[in-house]
Design a protein around this ligand. Structure first.
Ligand code: F6P
Ligand code: MN
Length: 295
């Protein structure tokens, strides 16, 4: 995929490609906005989390550029309460987590941008998803894109996408695990599962506090990532529209499994834009064991 796409009106114009290449083109801009925007704003997002200047800046930039694409009719993000109508008639709805893991900005650690493209109005279901992607701001900027149930990993060089891995598949022998939430806040069932995974000598703990960084480790090395149901928060922390469904789709497209504890994240019924969901993703055997442990 290059950043040259067919112009609107031409028979080859594909607004889904345009969304993906636009996010890639914005990645260097988002990266370059970060150094001066590590400070808190005096606002919280709709989930009650403190916003940084960088969260708000990336959200505005993404709204402006994605909202201008022909064929995109709705924009919604973790950083704003309501869906924004950016076009008329039927078309694509984009759900964005502008800066996933932005609490990692202060200590200068990994973060991401997550993109979910639906062909129905938001809130939409997993079956309405037509593409999902994330940018990972690591030592290198990379992007994982899932479409038609296939995942490609790209390096984002100067805003251009260069494919480095096609048909990405989770390795058969899982290596890493990362579990979010405070351990005393885990349920007894999840704690028992976690102890079992920890006691497997072939598995290593890798947890960075930004879901995208942790997910990319699972995509690369195989393993399991969870942000589970907590005693204090039965719905967990992550958001279905902006995090659960796109990440579930990417991991499932790479041959893994996703779950909310009972069913695929793609089968969870959406009732609200900022709805939270417990999230468990990774190699099929590990997610299946987890579902049995939680049953
Ligand atoms: O988007 C929410 C998020 O930042 C995720 O990227 C990450 O997995 C999680 O929150 C970490 O949350 P906490 O540090 O509160 O456990
Ligand atoms: Mn996030």
């Amino acid at each position: 995929m290059g950043t040259t796409v067919a112009p609107p009106g031409s028979p080859e114009f594909d607004p889904i490609d345009e969304v993906i290449t636009t996010v890639a083109a914005l990645a260097p801009e988002i990266r370059s906005c970060l150094p001066g925007r590590r400070v808190k704003r005096d606002e919280t997002n709709p989930s009650g989390e403190e916003q940084l200047e960088a969260d708000a800046y990336a959200d505005e930039l993404l709204l402006e550029r994605l909202g201008a694409i022909d064929g995109v009719v709705e924009y919604a993000s973790e950083e704003r309460e309501e869906v924004i109508a950016v076009g008329e008639g039927e078309g694509l709805s984009v759900g964005i987590d502008p800066l996933d893991g932005s609490s990692n900005l202060k200590p200068n650690n990994t973060m991401g941008t997550i993109v979910a493209v639906y062909d129905q109005p938001l809130p939409a279901a997993g079956g309405d998803l037509v593409a999902a992607a994330y940018v990972l701001y690591g030592p290198i900027t990379t992007m994982a894109v899932a479409r038609d149930r296939s995942v490609t990993e790209y390096v984002v060089d100067d805003g251009e996408l260069e494919a480095v891995r096609e048909d990405v598949a989770l390795p058969d022998d899982p290596l890493v695990y990362g579990f979010g939430g405070r351990v005393p806040d885990w349920t007894p069932e999840f704690t028992e599962y976690a102890r079992e995974v920890e006691s497997d000598e072939s598995m290593k703990l890798r947890y960075g506090g930004a879901m995208i960084g942790d997910i990319n480790q699972v995509l690369t090395y195989g393993g399991v990532f969870a942000y589970p149901t907590l005693r204090s928060a039965p719905e967990g922390k992550l958001r279905l529209q902006f995090e659960g469904i796109p990440i579930g789709y990417i991991i499932e497209s790479a041959g893994g499994r996703s779950s909310d504890g009972e069913r695929s994240l793609l089968a969870v019924e959406p009732d609200a834009l900022h709805q939270r969901v417990p999230l468990y993703v990774g190699n099929a055997a590990l997610v299946e064991r987890l579902e049995s442990a939680l049953a």
